[in-house]
Design a protein around this ligand. Sequence first.
Ligand SMILES: [Zn+2]
Length: 130
Amino acid sequence: MHETAVVMGLLDILERKATEHGVGRIVSVKVVLGRLRGLDPRQIVGAFEIFSEGTRAEGARLIVEEVVPTARCRGCGTVFAVEGWSIACPSCGGEDAETVSGRELHIAEFEAAAADGPHENANGSSGEGG
Ligand SMILES: [Zn+2]
């Protein structure tokens, strides 16, 4: 399962970033994922929920932003969306193209809650005016 390894890596990075920035809890994470990676976003979210337990990212919302693969034709320079595994330029029919996008896998951004100040609301203000 590639998804598991990917999530472990992400959590590792998040932990380090959280330490760097001195954040106590991670609320949400946005990950950019190229389709050429062949990973299932739903499985990544599922694995994240399991493996984030006990880390600062526990309970965080994971958003996976998929990137459609595109390639640039070396012959005519046309950039086109890649469908399936065949890379053929729709403009000139050439098959010599370089991948432009679709291999992404990184954390785009994450939202964190402050380390100090527990979210406790001990504010019992119930008064009955008689
Ligand atoms: Zn072309």
